[in-house]
Design a protein around this ligand. Structure first.
Ligand SMILES: Nc1ncnc2c1ncn2[C@@H]1O[C@H](COP(=O)(O)OP(=O)(O)OP(=O)(O)O)[C@@H](O)[C@H]1O
Ligand SMILES: [Mg+2]
Length: 593
Protein backbone atom coordinates (compact mmCIF):
# COMPACT_ATOMS: atom_id res chain seq x y z
CA UNK A 1 0.00 0.00 0.00
CA UNK A 2 1.19 3.47 -0.80
CA UNK A 3 1.64 5.52 2.31
CA UNK A 4 -0.03 8.86 1.91
CA UNK A 5 2.37 11.41 3.37
CA UNK A 6 -0.12 14.25 3.18
CA UNK A 7 -3.05 14.65 5.52
CA UNK A 8 -6.38 14.67 3.71
CA UNK A 9 -8.10 18.03 3.81
CA UNK A 10 -11.76 18.59 4.22
CA UNK A 11 -12.98 17.74 0.73
CA UNK A 12 -15.28 20.71 0.26
CA UNK A 13 -13.09 23.60 1.19
CA UNK A 14 -10.94 25.61 -1.16
CA UNK A 15 -7.54 26.16 0.32
CA UNK A 16 -7.00 29.89 -0.07
CA UNK A 17 -3.57 29.53 1.45
CA UNK A 18 -2.38 27.91 -1.75
CA UNK A 19 -3.46 30.98 -3.68
CA UNK A 20 -1.74 33.21 -1.15
CA UNK A 21 1.43 31.18 -1.54
CA UNK A 22 1.27 31.59 -5.30
CA UNK A 23 0.91 35.36 -5.37
CA UNK A 24 4.61 36.20 -4.79
CA UNK A 25 5.50 34.16 -7.87
CA UNK A 26 3.18 36.33 -9.96
CA UNK A 27 4.71 39.59 -8.93
CA UNK A 28 7.78 39.29 -11.10
CA UNK A 29 6.21 40.78 -14.22
CA UNK A 30 3.93 43.51 -12.92
CA UNK A 31 3.71 45.48 -16.21
CA UNK A 32 2.80 42.37 -18.16
CA UNK A 33 0.02 41.55 -15.74
CA UNK A 34 -1.39 45.08 -15.97
CA UNK A 35 -1.37 44.97 -19.78
CA UNK A 36 -2.94 41.53 -19.78
CA UNK A 37 -5.70 42.76 -17.48
CA UNK A 38 -6.24 45.77 -19.74
CA UNK A 39 -6.68 43.46 -22.73
CA UNK A 40 -9.06 41.42 -20.65
CA UNK A 41 -11.27 44.42 -19.89
CA UNK A 42 -11.26 45.43 -23.57
CA UNK A 43 -12.29 41.92 -24.57
CA UNK A 44 -15.17 41.88 -22.13
CA UNK A 45 -16.45 45.34 -23.04
CA UNK A 46 -16.29 44.45 -26.73
CA UNK A 47 -18.09 41.16 -26.22
CA UNK A 48 -20.90 42.78 -24.24
CA UNK A 49 -21.21 45.42 -26.95
CA UNK A 50 -21.37 42.87 -29.77
CA UNK A 51 -25.05 41.82 -29.38
CA UNK A 52 -26.05 45.51 -29.65
CA UNK A 53 -24.54 45.73 -33.12
CA UNK A 54 -26.34 42.54 -34.03
CA UNK A 55 -29.62 44.05 -32.80
CA UNK A 56 -29.07 47.16 -34.92
CA UNK A 57 -28.33 45.05 -37.97
CA UNK A 58 -31.54 43.09 -37.54
CA UNK A 59 -33.62 46.19 -36.89
CA UNK A 60 -32.23 47.98 -39.92
CA UNK A 61 -32.78 44.94 -42.11
CA UNK A 62 -36.29 44.62 -40.74
CA UNK A 63 -37.11 48.15 -41.91
CA UNK A 64 -35.21 47.54 -45.14
CA UNK A 65 -38.45 46.85 -47.04
CA UNK A 66 -39.37 50.55 -46.74
CA UNK A 67 -36.11 52.41 -47.43
CA UNK A 68 -33.71 50.54 -49.63
CA UNK A 69 -30.47 51.98 -48.25
CA UNK A 70 -27.73 49.41 -48.57
CA UNK A 71 -24.94 51.33 -46.91
CA UNK A 72 -26.21 51.38 -43.32
CA UNK A 73 -26.64 47.60 -42.84
CA UNK A 74 -23.36 46.99 -44.65
CA UNK A 75 -21.52 49.41 -42.35
CA UNK A 76 -23.06 47.74 -39.32
CA UNK A 77 -22.13 44.25 -40.49
CA UNK A 78 -18.57 45.43 -41.09
CA UNK A 79 -18.49 46.88 -37.56
CA UNK A 80 -19.80 43.56 -36.26
CA UNK A 81 -16.92 41.76 -37.98
CA UNK A 82 -14.37 44.22 -36.63
CA UNK A 83 -15.56 43.94 -33.03
CA UNK A 84 -15.50 40.15 -33.31
CA UNK A 85 -11.96 40.25 -34.59
CA UNK A 86 -10.87 42.59 -31.84
CA UNK A 87 -12.33 40.26 -29.18
CA UNK A 88 -10.21 37.39 -30.48
CA UNK A 89 -7.14 39.59 -30.91
CA UNK A 90 -7.28 41.06 -27.42
CA UNK A 91 -7.74 37.58 -25.99
CA UNK A 92 -4.71 36.31 -27.89
CA UNK A 93 -2.55 39.24 -26.81
CA UNK A 94 -3.65 38.68 -23.24
CA UNK A 95 -2.68 34.98 -23.38
CA UNK A 96 0.66 35.73 -24.97
CA UNK A 97 1.47 38.35 -22.37
CA UNK A 98 0.41 36.19 -19.49
CA UNK A 99 2.00 32.97 -20.71
CA UNK A 100 5.39 34.31 -19.72
CA UNK A 101 4.21 35.07 -16.21
CA UNK A 102 2.92 31.53 -15.75
CA UNK A 103 6.03 29.90 -17.13
CA UNK A 104 8.32 31.97 -14.96
CA UNK A 105 6.26 31.06 -11.91
CA UNK A 106 6.43 27.37 -12.80
CA UNK A 107 10.18 27.65 -13.26
CA UNK A 108 10.64 29.34 -9.89
CA UNK A 109 8.42 26.87 -8.08
CA UNK A 110 10.03 23.91 -9.86
CA UNK A 111 13.49 25.04 -8.81
CA UNK A 112 12.35 25.67 -5.27
CA UNK A 113 10.86 22.19 -4.96
CA UNK A 114 13.99 20.65 -6.46
CA UNK A 115 16.26 22.49 -4.04
CA UNK A 116 14.00 21.58 -1.19
CA UNK A 117 14.06 17.91 -2.10
CA UNK A 118 17.84 18.03 -1.97
CA UNK A 119 17.68 19.80 1.37
CA UNK A 120 15.52 17.07 2.88
CA UNK A 121 17.25 14.37 4.91
CA UNK A 122 18.44 10.97 3.73
CA UNK A 123 15.65 9.31 5.63
CA UNK A 124 13.02 11.07 3.49
CA UNK A 125 14.79 9.92 0.35
CA UNK A 126 15.14 6.35 1.52
CA UNK A 127 11.41 6.29 2.15
CA UNK A 128 10.29 8.17 -0.93
CA UNK A 129 8.70 6.52 -3.93
CA UNK A 130 10.29 8.03 -6.97
CA UNK A 131 7.48 7.33 -9.44
CA UNK A 132 4.72 8.73 -7.25
CA UNK A 133 6.82 11.72 -6.24
CA UNK A 134 7.56 12.72 -9.82
CA UNK A 135 3.88 12.36 -10.69
CA UNK A 136 2.94 14.60 -7.77
CA UNK A 137 5.36 17.27 -8.97
CA UNK A 138 4.13 17.02 -12.57
CA UNK A 139 0.56 17.43 -11.48
CA UNK A 140 1.48 20.32 -9.20
CA UNK A 141 3.11 22.13 -12.10
CA UNK A 142 0.22 21.73 -14.47
CA UNK A 143 -2.02 22.76 -11.60
CA UNK A 144 -0.15 26.04 -11.28
CA UNK A 145 -0.43 26.65 -14.99
CA UNK A 146 -4.15 25.94 -15.05
CA UNK A 147 -4.90 27.95 -11.96
CA UNK A 148 -3.09 31.03 -13.21
CA UNK A 149 -4.77 31.00 -16.60
CA UNK A 150 -8.28 30.32 -15.46
CA UNK A 151 -8.54 32.01 -12.11
CA UNK A 152 -7.57 35.36 -13.54
CA UNK A 153 -8.87 35.02 -17.07
CA UNK A 154 -11.99 33.02 -16.66
CA UNK A 155 -13.70 33.10 -13.31
CA UNK A 156 -13.30 36.78 -12.50
CA UNK A 157 -14.13 38.11 -16.02
CA UNK A 158 -17.09 35.77 -16.40
CA UNK A 159 -18.55 36.99 -13.14
CA UNK A 160 -17.95 40.54 -14.34
CA UNK A 161 -19.70 39.86 -17.62
CA UNK A 162 -22.67 38.33 -15.87
CA UNK A 163 -23.17 41.43 -13.76
CA UNK A 164 -22.88 43.72 -16.79
CA UNK A 165 -25.42 41.71 -18.77
CA UNK A 166 -27.93 41.58 -15.94
CA UNK A 167 -27.70 45.34 -15.47
CA UNK A 168 -28.15 45.92 -19.21
CA UNK A 169 -31.15 43.59 -19.38
CA UNK A 170 -32.72 45.31 -16.41
CA UNK A 171 -32.20 48.83 -17.79
CA UNK A 172 -33.34 48.03 -21.33
CA UNK A 173 -36.00 45.34 -20.91
CA UNK A 174 -37.23 45.51 -17.36
CA UNK A 175 -37.12 43.41 -14.26
CA UNK A 176 -38.37 40.06 -15.63
CA UNK A 177 -35.54 39.42 -18.03
CA UNK A 178 -33.00 40.40 -15.39
CA UNK A 179 -34.69 38.17 -12.80
CA UNK A 180 -34.84 35.08 -15.02
CA UNK A 181 -31.20 35.52 -15.93
CA UNK A 182 -30.12 36.05 -12.34
CA UNK A 183 -32.18 33.09 -11.10
CA UNK A 184 -30.87 30.72 -13.74
CA UNK A 185 -27.29 31.77 -13.19
CA UNK A 186 -27.54 31.43 -9.44
CA UNK A 187 -29.09 27.98 -9.70
CA UNK A 188 -26.50 27.01 -12.28
CA UNK A 189 -23.63 28.07 -10.04
CA UNK A 190 -25.12 26.50 -6.92
CA UNK A 191 -25.72 23.23 -8.71
CA UNK A 192 -22.24 23.24 -10.22
CA UNK A 193 -20.55 23.91 -6.90
CA UNK A 194 -22.56 21.23 -5.09
CA UNK A 195 -22.07 18.63 -7.79
CA UNK A 196 -18.39 19.46 -8.14
CA UNK A 197 -17.76 19.12 -4.43
CA UNK A 198 -19.48 15.79 -4.50
CA UNK A 199 -17.15 14.74 -7.31
CA UNK A 200 -13.89 15.92 -5.71
CA UNK A 201 -13.54 12.70 -3.74
CA UNK A 202 -13.62 10.67 -6.95
CA UNK A 203 -11.00 12.90 -8.54
CA UNK A 204 -8.67 12.46 -5.59
CA UNK A 205 -9.21 8.74 -5.68
CA UNK A 206 -8.26 8.67 -9.36
CA UNK A 207 -5.15 10.79 -8.71
CA UNK A 208 -4.05 8.60 -5.87
CA UNK A 209 -4.51 5.51 -8.02
CA UNK A 210 -2.57 7.21 -10.78
CA UNK A 211 0.38 7.93 -8.44
CA UNK A 212 0.46 4.45 -6.96
CA UNK A 213 0.38 2.74 -10.33
CA UNK A 214 3.23 4.95 -11.44
CA UNK A 215 5.17 4.19 -8.27
CA UNK A 216 4.64 0.50 -8.88
CA UNK A 217 5.76 0.67 -12.51
CA UNK A 218 8.91 2.69 -11.81
CA UNK A 219 9.91 0.55 -8.85
CA UNK A 220 9.49 -2.55 -10.96
CA UNK A 221 11.52 -1.16 -13.84
CA UNK A 222 14.30 -0.05 -11.50
CA UNK A 223 14.47 -3.66 -10.39
CA UNK A 224 14.58 -5.04 -13.94
CA UNK A 225 17.41 -7.47 -13.25
CA UNK A 226 15.88 -8.78 -10.06
CA UNK A 227 12.60 -9.37 -11.86
CA UNK A 228 14.45 -11.43 -14.46
CA UNK A 229 16.55 -13.37 -11.96
CA UNK A 230 13.39 -14.57 -10.32
CA UNK A 231 11.32 -14.75 -13.53
CA UNK A 232 8.66 -12.69 -11.84
CA UNK A 233 7.43 -10.79 -14.92
CA UNK A 234 3.91 -12.13 -14.48
CA UNK A 235 3.89 -11.30 -10.80
CA UNK A 236 5.00 -7.75 -11.56
CA UNK A 237 2.48 -7.37 -14.37
CA UNK A 238 -0.31 -8.58 -12.10
CA UNK A 239 0.68 -6.21 -9.33
CA UNK A 240 0.80 -3.35 -11.82
CA UNK A 241 -2.51 -4.36 -13.34
CA UNK A 242 -4.11 -4.41 -9.93
CA UNK A 243 -3.09 -0.79 -9.48
CA UNK A 244 -4.29 0.06 -12.97
CA UNK A 245 -7.60 -1.61 -12.23
CA UNK A 246 -8.07 0.64 -9.22
CA UNK A 247 -7.28 3.60 -11.42
CA UNK A 248 -9.78 2.40 -14.03
CA UNK A 249 -12.51 2.04 -11.45
CA UNK A 250 -11.80 5.42 -9.96
CA UNK A 251 -11.90 6.93 -13.45
CA UNK A 252 -15.23 5.25 -14.19
CA UNK A 253 -16.81 6.76 -11.08
CA UNK A 254 -15.23 10.01 -12.09
CA UNK A 255 -16.81 9.92 -15.52
CA UNK A 256 -20.27 8.94 -14.32
CA UNK A 257 -20.30 11.79 -11.87
CA UNK A 258 -19.16 14.11 -14.66
CA UNK A 259 -22.14 12.94 -16.66
CA UNK A 260 -24.47 13.88 -13.81
CA UNK A 261 -22.81 17.26 -13.51
CA UNK A 262 -22.99 18.09 -17.20
CA UNK A 263 -26.53 16.78 -17.55
CA UNK A 264 -27.81 18.93 -14.70
CA UNK A 265 -26.10 22.00 -16.07
CA UNK A 266 -27.54 21.46 -19.54
CA UNK A 267 -31.01 21.15 -18.04
CA UNK A 268 -30.74 24.45 -16.19
CA UNK A 269 -29.43 26.21 -19.29
CA UNK A 270 -32.17 24.85 -21.56
CA UNK A 271 -34.99 25.72 -19.18
CA UNK A 272 -33.82 29.27 -18.69
CA UNK A 273 -33.05 29.80 -22.38
CA UNK A 274 -36.53 28.66 -23.28
CA UNK A 275 -38.11 30.89 -20.64
CA UNK A 276 -36.16 33.94 -21.80
CA UNK A 277 -36.91 33.40 -25.47
CA UNK A 278 -40.58 32.66 -24.83
CA UNK A 279 -40.87 35.91 -22.90
CA UNK A 280 -39.03 37.78 -25.67
CA UNK A 281 -41.21 36.21 -28.37
CA UNK A 282 -44.29 37.24 -26.42
CA UNK A 283 -43.04 40.83 -26.21
CA UNK A 284 -42.22 40.90 -29.93
CA UNK A 285 -45.68 39.66 -30.93
CA UNK A 286 -47.21 42.33 -28.72
CA UNK A 287 -45.01 44.93 -30.40
CA UNK A 288 -43.24 45.84 -27.17
CA UNK A 289 -39.94 44.72 -28.63
CA UNK A 290 -38.34 44.62 -32.04
CA UNK A 291 -36.97 41.60 -33.81
CA UNK A 292 -33.52 43.02 -33.05
CA UNK A 293 -34.27 42.87 -29.33
CA UNK A 294 -35.16 39.20 -29.66
CA UNK A 295 -31.86 38.51 -31.38
CA UNK A 296 -30.01 40.59 -28.80
CA UNK A 297 -31.45 38.60 -25.91
CA UNK A 298 -30.67 35.33 -27.61
CA UNK A 299 -27.11 36.51 -28.23
CA UNK A 300 -26.69 37.60 -24.62
CA UNK A 301 -27.89 34.29 -23.32
CA UNK A 302 -25.57 32.36 -25.57
CA UNK A 303 -22.75 34.62 -24.58
CA UNK A 304 -23.44 34.09 -20.90
CA UNK A 305 -24.02 30.39 -20.89
CA UNK A 306 -21.05 29.38 -22.96
CA UNK A 307 -18.52 30.81 -20.48
CA UNK A 308 -20.78 29.69 -17.66
CA UNK A 309 -20.72 26.18 -18.96
CA UNK A 310 -17.00 26.51 -19.05
CA UNK A 311 -17.09 27.90 -15.53
CA UNK A 312 -18.39 24.57 -14.26
CA UNK A 313 -15.45 22.82 -15.84
CA UNK A 314 -13.07 25.49 -14.64
CA UNK A 315 -14.35 25.39 -11.09
CA UNK A 316 -13.86 21.65 -11.00
CA UNK A 317 -10.40 21.86 -12.52
CA UNK A 318 -9.39 24.69 -10.25
CA UNK A 319 -10.34 22.65 -7.26
CA UNK A 320 -8.35 19.76 -8.67
CA UNK A 321 -5.43 22.07 -9.39
CA UNK A 322 -5.52 23.51 -5.90
CA UNK A 323 -5.42 20.01 -4.47
CA UNK A 324 -2.48 19.14 -6.70
CA UNK A 325 -0.58 22.33 -5.89
CA UNK A 326 -1.27 21.78 -2.25
CA UNK A 327 0.27 18.34 -2.60
CA UNK A 328 3.36 19.85 -4.19
CA UNK A 329 3.57 22.67 -1.67
CA UNK A 330 3.14 20.01 0.99
CA UNK A 331 6.60 18.84 -0.02
CA UNK A 332 7.91 22.35 0.59
CA UNK A 333 6.42 22.33 4.06
CA UNK A 334 8.30 19.20 5.03
CA UNK A 335 11.19 20.18 7.25
CA UNK A 336 14.47 18.32 7.02
CA UNK A 337 15.33 16.35 10.13
CA UNK A 338 18.93 17.49 9.83
CA UNK A 339 19.36 21.22 9.43
CA UNK A 340 22.00 23.88 9.90
CA UNK A 341 22.16 25.67 13.22
CA UNK A 342 21.00 29.31 13.00
CA UNK A 343 24.51 30.54 13.66
CA UNK A 344 26.34 27.64 12.09
CA UNK A 345 29.91 28.46 11.20
CA UNK A 346 31.84 27.48 8.12
CA UNK A 347 34.14 24.61 9.04
CA UNK A 348 37.84 25.20 8.46
CA UNK A 349 39.96 22.09 8.73
CA UNK A 350 43.56 22.76 9.74
CA UNK A 351 44.79 19.44 11.09
CA UNK A 352 41.95 17.05 10.42
CA UNK A 353 41.46 15.37 13.77
CA UNK A 354 38.22 13.39 13.89
CA UNK A 355 36.77 12.37 17.25
CA UNK A 356 33.75 10.30 18.15
CA UNK A 357 32.85 10.99 21.78
CA UNK A 358 30.41 8.59 23.46
CA UNK A 359 28.25 8.42 20.37
CA UNK A 360 24.99 6.50 20.55
CA UNK A 361 22.59 6.24 17.66
CA UNK A 362 19.47 4.48 16.41
CA UNK A 363 17.68 4.86 13.07
CA UNK A 364 14.58 3.77 14.85
CA UNK A 365 14.26 4.42 18.59
CA UNK A 366 13.21 0.83 19.15
CA UNK A 367 16.44 -0.61 17.73
CA UNK A 368 19.73 0.86 18.97
CA UNK A 369 22.53 0.54 16.41
CA UNK A 370 25.52 2.28 17.99
CA UNK A 371 26.22 2.28 21.69
CA UNK A 372 28.63 4.70 23.34
CA UNK A 373 31.29 4.75 20.64
CA UNK A 374 34.48 6.72 21.33
CA UNK A 375 37.66 6.94 19.31
CA UNK A 376 39.97 9.54 17.78
CA UNK A 377 41.66 9.71 14.43
CA UNK A 378 44.66 11.97 14.76
CA UNK A 379 45.82 14.27 12.02
CA UNK A 380 47.28 12.35 9.10
CA UNK A 381 46.57 8.97 10.67
CA UNK A 382 45.05 5.97 8.99
CA UNK A 383 42.51 4.29 11.21
CA UNK A 384 40.78 1.06 10.25
CA UNK A 385 37.36 -0.04 11.36
CA UNK A 386 36.63 -3.73 11.23
CA UNK A 387 33.84 -5.90 12.51
CA UNK A 388 31.16 -8.19 11.31
CA UNK A 389 28.46 -7.23 8.86
CA UNK A 390 25.73 -5.08 10.36
CA UNK A 391 27.86 -3.99 13.32
CA UNK A 392 27.38 -0.33 12.36
CA UNK A 393 30.53 0.58 10.42
CA UNK A 394 28.81 2.35 7.51
CA UNK A 395 26.50 4.00 10.02
CA UNK A 396 29.56 5.69 11.56
CA UNK A 397 30.29 7.21 8.15
CA UNK A 398 26.72 8.41 7.69
CA UNK A 399 26.94 10.10 11.07
CA UNK A 400 30.27 11.69 10.18
CA UNK A 401 28.67 13.12 7.03
CA UNK A 402 25.76 14.18 9.21
CA UNK A 403 23.08 12.42 7.22
CA UNK A 404 21.61 11.77 10.64
CA UNK A 405 22.10 13.50 13.98
CA UNK A 406 23.49 11.42 16.81
CA UNK A 407 21.14 10.62 19.69
CA UNK A 408 23.82 11.05 22.29
CA UNK A 409 27.45 12.15 22.47
CA UNK A 410 29.18 14.17 19.77
CA UNK A 411 31.40 14.00 16.72
CA UNK A 412 34.04 16.68 16.31
CA UNK A 413 36.48 17.67 13.61
CA UNK A 414 39.39 19.75 14.89
CA UNK A 415 37.31 20.37 18.04
CA UNK A 416 34.33 21.74 16.09
CA UNK A 417 31.17 19.79 16.82
CA UNK A 418 29.78 18.82 13.42
CA UNK A 419 26.26 19.93 14.26
CA UNK A 420 27.56 23.44 14.89
CA UNK A 421 29.01 23.93 11.41
CA UNK A 422 27.22 24.16 8.07
CA UNK A 423 26.48 20.84 6.40
CA UNK A 424 27.93 22.20 3.19
CA UNK A 425 31.33 23.04 4.70
CA UNK A 426 31.39 19.77 6.64
CA UNK A 427 30.80 17.59 3.59
CA UNK A 428 33.21 19.58 1.46
CA UNK A 429 36.04 18.49 3.72
CA UNK A 430 35.32 14.77 3.66
CA UNK A 431 35.81 12.49 0.71
CA UNK A 432 34.31 9.05 0.47
CA UNK A 433 34.61 5.94 -1.61
CA UNK A 434 31.30 4.39 -0.62
CA UNK A 435 30.38 0.77 -0.21
CA UNK A 436 27.97 0.95 -3.14
CA UNK A 437 28.85 3.55 -5.71
CA UNK A 438 25.93 4.82 -7.73
CA UNK A 439 26.71 6.77 -10.91
CA UNK A 440 24.77 9.24 -13.03
CA UNK A 441 23.55 8.00 -16.38
CA UNK A 442 26.16 10.08 -18.17
CA UNK A 443 29.66 9.58 -19.58
CA UNK A 444 32.55 8.21 -17.54
CA UNK A 445 34.29 11.54 -17.91
CA UNK A 446 31.39 13.53 -16.48
CA UNK A 447 30.96 11.02 -13.68
CA UNK A 448 34.58 11.35 -12.64
CA UNK A 449 34.56 15.12 -13.02
CA UNK A 450 31.66 15.16 -10.58
CA UNK A 451 34.27 15.09 -7.81
CA UNK A 452 35.19 18.64 -8.75
CA UNK A 453 33.01 20.21 -11.39
CA UNK A 454 35.65 22.89 -12.05
CA UNK A 455 38.45 20.40 -12.77
CA UNK A 456 40.34 20.68 -16.06
CA UNK A 457 40.60 17.81 -18.53
CA UNK A 458 44.22 17.27 -17.51
CA UNK A 459 43.24 16.98 -13.86
CA UNK A 460 40.53 14.46 -14.67
CA UNK A 461 43.00 12.44 -16.70
CA UNK A 462 45.50 12.44 -13.85
CA UNK A 463 42.80 11.22 -11.47
CA UNK A 464 41.95 8.46 -13.95
CA UNK A 465 45.58 7.39 -13.91
CA UNK A 466 45.90 7.48 -10.13
CA UNK A 467 42.75 5.42 -9.77
CA UNK A 468 44.11 2.80 -12.19
CA UNK A 469 41.29 3.35 -14.63
CA UNK A 470 43.49 4.10 -17.67
CA UNK A 471 43.72 0.52 -18.97
CA UNK A 472 40.01 0.01 -18.67
CA UNK A 473 39.20 3.29 -20.37
CA UNK A 474 41.63 2.61 -23.22
CA UNK A 475 39.89 -0.67 -23.87
CA UNK A 476 36.58 1.12 -24.44
CA UNK A 477 35.80 2.04 -28.07
CA UNK A 478 34.48 5.40 -26.94
CA UNK A 479 37.02 5.93 -24.17
CA UNK A 480 35.87 8.10 -21.34
CA UNK A 481 32.95 9.32 -23.43
CA UNK A 482 31.27 5.97 -22.78
CA UNK A 483 27.89 6.19 -21.11
CA UNK A 484 27.71 4.21 -17.88
CA UNK A 485 24.00 3.39 -17.97
CA UNK A 486 21.28 3.94 -15.39
CA UNK A 487 22.90 4.21 -11.95
CA UNK A 488 26.18 3.10 -13.53
CA UNK A 489 25.00 -0.47 -13.96
CA UNK A 490 26.99 -0.98 -17.17
CA UNK A 491 30.22 -0.94 -15.17
CA UNK A 492 31.55 -3.77 -13.07
CA UNK A 493 31.60 -3.34 -9.31
CA UNK A 494 35.37 -2.80 -9.31
CA UNK A 495 35.18 -0.24 -12.12
CA UNK A 496 32.55 1.71 -10.27
CA UNK A 497 34.71 1.72 -7.16
CA UNK A 498 37.64 3.05 -9.15
CA UNK A 499 35.43 5.80 -10.58
CA UNK A 500 34.55 6.67 -6.99
CA UNK A 501 38.23 6.75 -6.10
CA UNK A 502 38.99 9.03 -9.06
CA UNK A 503 36.19 11.35 -7.99
CA UNK A 504 37.60 11.56 -4.51
CA UNK A 505 41.08 12.26 -5.86
CA UNK A 506 39.61 15.23 -7.71
CA UNK A 507 37.75 16.47 -4.68
CA UNK A 508 41.01 16.56 -2.64
CA UNK A 509 39.43 16.65 0.82
CA UNK A 510 41.58 16.69 3.97
CA UNK A 511 39.64 13.77 5.48
CA UNK A 512 39.11 10.53 3.57
CA UNK A 513 36.76 7.65 4.14
CA UNK A 514 36.98 4.31 2.36
CA UNK A 515 34.02 2.05 2.97
CA UNK A 516 35.03 -1.35 1.61
CA UNK A 517 36.75 0.51 -1.19
CA UNK A 518 38.50 -2.54 -2.55
CA UNK A 519 35.95 -5.20 -1.75
CA UNK A 520 35.03 -5.71 -5.40
CA UNK A 521 38.59 -6.07 -6.65
CA UNK A 522 40.75 -9.10 -7.30
CA UNK A 523 43.99 -9.33 -5.31
CA UNK A 524 46.10 -7.93 -8.12
CA UNK A 525 43.99 -4.81 -8.73
CA UNK A 526 43.47 -4.49 -5.03
CA UNK A 527 47.18 -4.13 -4.45
CA UNK A 528 47.39 -1.49 -7.20
CA UNK A 529 44.47 0.44 -5.78
CA UNK A 530 45.79 0.16 -2.27
CA UNK A 531 48.98 1.76 -3.47
CA UNK A 532 46.95 4.48 -5.18
CA UNK A 533 44.96 5.02 -2.02
CA UNK A 534 48.17 5.19 -0.06
CA UNK A 535 49.46 7.94 -2.34
CA UNK A 536 46.18 9.82 -2.14
CA UNK A 537 45.87 9.40 1.59
CA UNK A 538 49.40 10.48 2.37
CA UNK A 539 49.29 13.31 4.89
CA UNK A 540 45.49 12.98 5.09
CA UNK A 541 43.40 11.71 7.92
CA UNK A 542 41.75 8.55 6.72
CA UNK A 543 39.16 6.13 7.97
CA UNK A 544 39.22 2.75 6.27
CA UNK A 545 36.45 0.23 6.67
CA UNK A 546 37.50 -3.23 5.56
CA UNK A 547 36.55 -6.85 5.73
CA UNK A 548 39.84 -8.15 4.36
CA UNK A 549 42.18 -7.55 7.26
CA UNK A 550 45.31 -7.92 5.10
CA UNK A 551 44.50 -4.53 3.57
CA UNK A 552 44.63 -2.67 6.87
CA UNK A 553 47.56 -4.28 8.64
CA UNK A 554 49.57 -1.08 8.28
CA UNK A 555 46.96 1.13 9.99
CA UNK A 556 47.98 3.36 12.87
CA UNK A 557 45.01 2.15 14.81
CA UNK A 558 42.42 -0.57 14.30
CA UNK A 559 39.00 -0.28 15.86
CA UNK A 560 37.14 -3.56 16.22
CA UNK A 561 33.35 -3.28 16.37
CA UNK A 562 30.82 -5.82 17.44
CA UNK A 563 27.06 -5.26 17.66
CA UNK A 564 27.36 -1.48 17.74
CA UNK A 565 30.12 -1.34 20.32
CA UNK A 566 33.87 -0.89 20.17
CA UNK A 567 35.31 -4.08 21.62
CA UNK A 568 39.02 -3.62 20.87
CA UNK A 569 41.42 -0.95 19.73
CA UNK A 570 45.12 -0.92 18.91
CA UNK A 571 47.55 -1.58 16.09
CA UNK A 572 47.85 -4.92 14.34
CA UNK A 573 50.59 -6.33 16.55
CA UNK A 574 48.99 -5.26 19.77
CA UNK A 575 45.64 -6.78 18.75
CA UNK A 576 47.22 -10.03 17.61
CA UNK A 577 49.01 -10.32 20.93
CA UNK A 578 45.74 -9.81 22.74
CA UNK A 579 44.45 -13.01 21.15
CA UNK A 580 40.83 -11.92 21.28
CA UNK A 581 38.27 -10.72 18.65
CA UNK A 582 40.75 -9.38 16.11
CA UNK A 583 43.06 -12.35 16.56
CA UNK A 584 40.18 -14.72 15.86
CA UNK A 585 39.13 -12.84 12.73
CA UNK A 586 42.72 -12.78 11.55
CA UNK A 587 43.18 -16.52 12.12
CA UNK A 588 39.95 -17.29 10.27
CA UNK A 589 40.99 -15.23 7.23
CA UNK A 590 44.50 -16.69 7.21
CA UNK A 591 43.15 -20.23 6.99
CA UNK A 592 40.73 -19.24 4.22
CA UNK A 593 43.27 -17.69 1.90
N1 LIG B 1 18.40 3.78 6.99
C1 LIG B 1 18.34 2.78 7.86
N2 LIG B 1 17.22 2.63 8.59
C2 LIG B 1 17.14 1.63 9.50
N3 LIG B 1 18.12 0.77 9.76
C3 LIG B 1 19.26 0.87 9.07
C4 LIG B 1 19.43 1.88 8.08
N4 LIG B 1 20.65 1.77 7.55
C5 LIG B 1 21.22 0.72 8.17
N5 LIG B 1 20.39 0.18 9.09
C6 LIG B 1 20.71 -0.94 10.01
O1 LIG B 1 21.80 -0.57 10.81
C7 LIG B 1 22.66 -1.67 11.05
C8 LIG B 1 24.10 -1.27 10.77
O2 LIG B 1 24.24 -1.02 9.39
P1 LIG B 1 25.61 -0.63 8.72
O3 LIG B 1 25.35 -0.36 7.31
O4 LIG B 1 26.22 0.45 9.53
O5 LIG B 1 26.44 -1.98 8.90
P2 LIG B 1 27.93 -2.28 8.44
O6 LIG B 1 28.71 -2.51 9.67
O7 LIG B 1 28.41 -1.23 7.51
O8 LIG B 1 27.70 -3.65 7.67
P3 LIG B 1 28.44 -4.19 6.35
O9 LIG B 1 29.76 -4.67 6.76
O10 LIG B 1 27.56 -5.31 5.93
O11 LIG B 1 28.49 -3.07 5.38
C9 LIG B 1 22.17 -2.78 10.15
O12 LIG B 1 21.58 -3.77 10.95
C10 LIG B 1 21.13 -2.15 9.24
O13 LIG B 1 20.05 -3.01 9.05
MG1 LIG C 1 28.77 -1.15 5.54
Amino acid sequence: MRRNPYPEREVNEINWNVIKMLIPYLMEFKARIIFALLCLILTKVASVYLPFILKDVVDVLDKQQENKIFLVPFGLVAAYGLVRLSIVLFAEIRDTLFGRVTERAIRRIGLKVFRHLHALDLDFHLNRQTGGLSRDIDRGNSGVSFLMRFMIFNIIPTLLEIVMVIVILFVNYGIWFALITAASIISYILYSVKATNWRTGFIREANKADSSSNTRAIDSLLNYETVKYFTNEEYEANAYDKQLEQWEQAKAKNRLSLFALNGGQALIISVSMTAMLALAAYEVTHQNMTLGDFVLINAFMMQLFIPLNFLGFVYREIKGSLANIEHMFGLLLKTPKVSDDDNAEVLEVSRGVVSFNNVSFAYDKKRPILNNISFDINAGQKVAIVGESGSGKSTLVKLLFRFYDVNDGSITIDDHAIEKVTQHSLRRHIGIVPQDTVLFNDTLFENIKYGNTNASVAEVERAIQLAHLSDFIESLPEGYETKVGERGLKLSGGEKQRVAIARTILKKPPILVFDEATSSLDSHSEQAILNAIKTVAKGHTSMVIAHRLSTIVDSDNIIVMNKGEVVEMGNHHALIEKQSHYYNMWQLQQTQS
